[in-house]
Design a protein. Structure first.
Length: 136
Protein backbone atom coordinates (compact mmCIF):
# COMPACT_ATOMS: atom_id res chain seq x y z
CA UNK A 1 0.00 0.00 0.00
CA UNK A 2 1.25 3.49 -0.87
CA UNK A 3 0.00 6.98 0.04
CA UNK A 4 -1.35 7.39 -3.50
CA UNK A 5 -3.69 4.45 -2.79
CA UNK A 6 -5.12 6.05 0.37
CA UNK A 7 -8.46 7.87 0.18
CA UNK A 8 -8.58 11.62 0.82
CA UNK A 9 -5.75 13.32 2.68
CA UNK A 10 -4.12 10.28 4.25
CA UNK A 11 -0.56 9.00 4.21
CA UNK A 12 0.56 5.40 4.15
CA UNK A 13 2.81 4.21 6.96
CA UNK A 14 3.34 0.52 7.77
CA UNK A 15 0.78 -0.39 5.10
CA UNK A 16 -1.93 1.67 6.82
CA UNK A 17 -3.69 4.82 5.61
CA UNK A 18 -3.53 7.38 8.43
CA UNK A 19 -5.29 10.78 8.46
CA UNK A 20 -3.02 13.66 7.49
CA UNK A 21 -3.14 17.40 6.85
CA UNK A 22 -1.41 19.57 4.26
CA UNK A 23 1.96 20.78 5.49
CA UNK A 24 2.86 23.06 2.58
CA UNK A 25 -0.07 24.24 0.41
CA UNK A 26 2.04 24.53 -2.73
CA UNK A 27 2.20 21.61 -5.11
CA UNK A 28 5.50 20.31 -6.29
CA UNK A 29 6.62 17.14 -4.51
CA UNK A 30 6.83 13.78 -6.17
CA UNK A 31 8.61 11.85 -3.39
CA UNK A 32 8.40 11.79 0.41
CA UNK A 33 12.03 12.87 0.79
CA UNK A 34 11.30 16.20 -0.90
CA UNK A 35 8.95 17.08 1.97
CA UNK A 36 11.25 15.86 4.74
CA UNK A 37 14.43 17.74 3.80
CA UNK A 38 13.94 20.93 5.80
CA UNK A 39 12.43 19.35 8.92
CA UNK A 40 13.96 18.22 12.24
CA UNK A 41 14.67 14.47 12.35
CA UNK A 42 11.69 13.48 14.54
CA UNK A 43 9.26 15.48 12.35
CA UNK A 44 10.42 13.66 9.22
CA UNK A 45 8.93 10.46 10.64
CA UNK A 46 5.34 11.60 9.97
CA UNK A 47 5.70 13.56 6.72
CA UNK A 48 5.15 12.45 3.14
CA UNK A 49 4.09 13.50 -0.34
CA UNK A 50 0.42 13.07 -1.27
CA UNK A 51 -1.04 14.20 -4.61
CA UNK A 52 1.91 16.53 -5.21
CA UNK A 53 1.59 18.23 -1.81
CA UNK A 54 3.61 17.79 1.36
CA UNK A 55 1.47 16.46 4.21
CA UNK A 56 1.97 15.30 7.80
CA UNK A 57 0.00 12.96 10.00
CA UNK A 58 -2.53 14.67 12.26
CA UNK A 59 -1.14 14.90 15.79
CA UNK A 60 -2.46 15.78 19.24
CA UNK A 61 -1.52 19.44 19.92
CA UNK A 62 1.06 20.08 22.67
CA UNK A 63 1.51 16.36 23.37
CA UNK A 64 5.29 16.33 22.90
CA UNK A 65 7.38 13.34 21.85
CA UNK A 66 6.48 9.83 22.99
CA UNK A 67 8.18 6.43 23.03
CA UNK A 68 5.37 4.00 23.95
CA UNK A 69 1.64 3.74 23.29
CA UNK A 70 0.70 4.65 26.86
CA UNK A 71 2.61 7.96 26.94
CA UNK A 72 -0.06 9.77 24.94
CA UNK A 73 -3.06 11.56 26.45
CA UNK A 74 -6.68 10.46 26.16
CA UNK A 75 -7.69 8.72 22.97
CA UNK A 76 -4.36 8.88 21.16
CA UNK A 77 -1.55 6.47 20.33
CA UNK A 78 2.20 6.90 20.09
CA UNK A 79 3.18 6.29 16.48
CA UNK A 80 6.58 7.29 15.12
CA UNK A 81 7.32 9.33 18.28
CA UNK A 82 4.14 11.45 17.94
CA UNK A 83 0.73 11.21 19.63
CA UNK A 84 -1.79 10.50 16.87
CA UNK A 85 -5.59 10.74 17.41
CA UNK A 86 -7.25 7.34 17.68
CA UNK A 87 -10.77 5.97 17.27
CA UNK A 88 -12.40 2.96 18.99
CA UNK A 89 -12.55 -0.41 17.26
CA UNK A 90 -15.37 -2.85 17.76
CA UNK A 91 -13.50 -5.25 20.04
CA UNK A 92 -12.70 -5.22 23.73
CA UNK A 93 -9.41 -5.61 25.58
CA UNK A 94 -7.84 -5.57 29.01
CA UNK A 95 -4.29 -4.74 27.87
CA UNK A 96 -2.45 -3.52 24.75
CA UNK A 97 -1.32 -7.04 23.82
CA UNK A 98 -4.94 -7.95 23.01
CA UNK A 99 -5.09 -5.24 20.30
CA UNK A 100 -3.25 -5.03 16.99
CA UNK A 101 0.39 -3.85 17.26
CA UNK A 102 -0.41 -0.25 16.31
CA UNK A 103 -3.50 -0.06 18.53
CA UNK A 104 -3.93 0.77 22.21
CA UNK A 105 -6.29 -0.55 24.87
CA UNK A 106 -8.17 2.39 26.39
CA UNK A 107 -11.08 1.91 28.79
CA UNK A 108 -11.64 -1.69 27.75
CA UNK A 109 -11.69 -1.04 23.97
CA UNK A 110 -8.97 -1.25 21.35
CA UNK A 111 -8.31 2.11 19.71
CA UNK A 112 -6.68 2.44 16.29
CA UNK A 113 -5.05 5.34 14.48
CA UNK A 114 -7.45 7.85 12.93
CA UNK A 115 -7.94 7.09 9.28
CA UNK A 116 -7.21 3.37 9.52
CA UNK A 117 -9.66 0.50 9.59
CA UNK A 118 -9.48 -2.87 11.22
CA UNK A 119 -8.98 -4.39 7.77
CA UNK A 120 -5.88 -2.31 7.12
CA UNK A 121 -4.36 -3.14 10.50
CA UNK A 122 -4.96 -6.84 9.89
CA UNK A 123 -2.51 -6.53 7.00
CA UNK A 124 0.28 -6.03 9.55
CA UNK A 125 1.73 -9.48 9.43
CA UNK A 126 4.95 -10.28 11.18
CA UNK A 127 5.19 -7.31 13.56
CA UNK A 128 5.74 -8.34 17.18
CA UNK A 129 3.41 -6.85 19.77
CA UNK A 130 6.04 -4.66 21.32
CA UNK A 131 6.11 -0.95 22.09
CA UNK A 132 9.52 -0.70 20.44
CA UNK A 133 7.68 -0.88 17.10
CA UNK A 134 6.14 2.52 17.91
CA UNK A 135 9.61 4.03 17.58
CA UNK A 136 9.99 3.06 13.93
Amino acid sequence: LQSSQCNGMALCFRRQCISAEVLYPTKGCSRDMECRRRLPAHERLIVGCKDGMCAKLMTVPNAGKCATRNQCPGQSICFRRHCIPAVPRNYSCQRNAQCHPTERCIGGLCFGLLGTTSDSTKMLIGYPDDDIMDLL
